[in-house]
Ligand binder design. Structure first.
Ligand code: ATP
Ligand code: MG
Length: 408
């Protein structure tokens, strides 16, 4: 039998593949084909460090088949869980489409996978309706094999420790013990590009990845205030950006210096407005960067009421400064919820390293929480806004594109 790959590659000589199930993508009518090929491409781009795999789409599933014995299935499986657009991932044994082969494979493949589990149920599924056994019969027969091969295990159809899936598809049958959630969302680059205002904090990397999950390609802009912010603070941001690439695959980081703007604000404006005024500059510079790099939206890590510059009144002021959609996916999340996401995305530990951010330089003792637009505008009139923007924007430099390890 030809599975398209050699048999020695797997435990017990049973060919094994990784199956990645589509999520929401299934619903997208006309766009569906684009999404499918985006997902296949994304998996292919990430596969090279783990060996040679055949990756293709069929029956709402991406099949990832190892081509030789040296393939790192564990590594490939872990990486597949980070690909947006995939709702569930599992490893499955592959066998011929006969009841005999299914039972024999189940007997060899499943006991090791079910070790230590107390209860299970089998979900048989016959996608190929020409297969002579119906789903309940497949489930019952495979269940019988498990009961005699795994000592002490019981059936529990309501709340099993493991769901064993047996699926008879067009070409082969697939047997798996359990599956894990994938990253969900939509495939990268299926929803345009957004410019993330990336600080060194907990919130902005999460915000960027939440939008990447909705299919956005991410570009990042970081503001520094050298020498008030240090070299190490910049390194920290680049580390965060590199960590983000595990999910968003690649990322340009643009850096703009706010040093002069901050000094001018400090020398000319009312202290209570410093942070807010700085944020106005940030938004305007970000808008310009977004236009230059063809980003259709700005993304920030703001969360309503979290700090003085994130009250409704303050957000209304900064929002009004730009003519581009501003996405704030963390806006309705509590800090604990954001932290939980940061941990899941793997950015938390770096984000809590204690380096200063430009927002923490010259912080007002009593920042305005209920700013009035007229007052902010009056403060801005005290400085030469346009030339400050011009000067800061011309300081922009771009860090070489950061790419996920092995990404092609
Ligand atoms: P974070 O945890 O993301 O730093 P925060 O709660 O500290 O957020 P602020 O410092 O007020 O909040 O920043 C709000 C948002 O403004 C950030 O989430 C980020 O999108 C943007 N921002 C703040 N500082 C910078 C910076 N130095 N460079 C780029 N963007 C920034
Ligand atoms: Mg911050």
């Amino acid at each position: 039998m030809d599975f398209g790959f050699t048999e020695e590659n797997v435990n017990n000589n049973i060919p094994e593949v990784i199956l990645c199930k589509f999520g929401e993508v299934v619903l997208k009518g006309a766009n569906r084909q684009n999404f499918e090929s985006a997902l296949v491409k994304e998996l292919r781009r990430r596969a090279s460090p783990f060996g040679t795999f055949k990756i293709y789409f069929k029956q709402s599933t991406v099949y990832v088949e190892p081509q030789d014995a040296s393939c790192d299935m564990d590594g490939m499986y872990e990486v597949a869980k980070k690909v947006f657009g995939i709702v569930a991932v599992n490893r499955a044994a592959v066998c011929e489409k006969s009841m005999e082969a299914i039972l024999e494979t189940a007997e060899k493949y499943l006991p090791e996978k079910l070790r230590g589990k107390h209860t299970f149920k089998v979900e048989g599924k016959r996608s190929d309706k020409k297969f002579p056994y119906k789903s309940p019969e497949i489930s019952a027969r495979v269940g019988g094999v498990i009961l005699s091969a795994v000592r002490g295990i019981r059936v529990d159809v309501k709340n099993p420790d493991v769901v064993v899936g047996v699926e008879v598809r067009d070409d082969f049958a697939y047997i798996r013990a359990g599956q894990e959630a994938g990253a969900g969302g939509l495939p990268l680059r299926s929803s345009g590009k957004g410019l993330l205002l990336l600080s060194g904090g907990i919130d902005s990397p999460v915000a960027g990845l939440m939008m990447a999950k909705r299919g956005m390609e991410i570009e990042a802009l970081h503001f520094e205030s050298f020498p008030y912010t240090s070299e190490r603070a910049r390194e920290k941001v680049l580390t965060l950006a590199q960590e983000m690439t595990e999910y968003c695959a690649r990322l340009h980081v643009h850096v703009i210096s706010l040093t002069h703007i901050q000094e001018v604000l400090r020398d000319n404006c009312t202290e209570d407005y410093f942070t807010l005024l700085l944020r106005v500059f940030m938004m305007r510079l970000a808008e310009r960067c977004a236009r230059e790099y063809r980003c259709g939206a700005l993304i920030t890590g703001e969360s309503l009421g979290q700090v003085a510059s994130q009250t409704l009144a303050a957000l209304a002021v900064t929002d009004g400064q730009v003519n581009i959609p501003v996405f704030r996916p963390c806006i309705g999340l509590d800090k604990e919820e954001i932290v939980k996401k940061a941990r899941a995305y793997g950015t938390f530990e770096t984000a809590i390293l204690p380096y200063e951010d430009c927002c923490t330089v010259f912080t007002p003792r009593h920042p305005k929480t209920q700013p009035r637009l007229e007052d902010v505008m009056a403060e801005l009139k005290k400085v030469d806004f346009d030339s400050l923007i011009e000067e800061a924007y011309s300081s922009m430099y771009t860090v070489t594109k950061l790419v996920y390890e092995g990404y092609r």
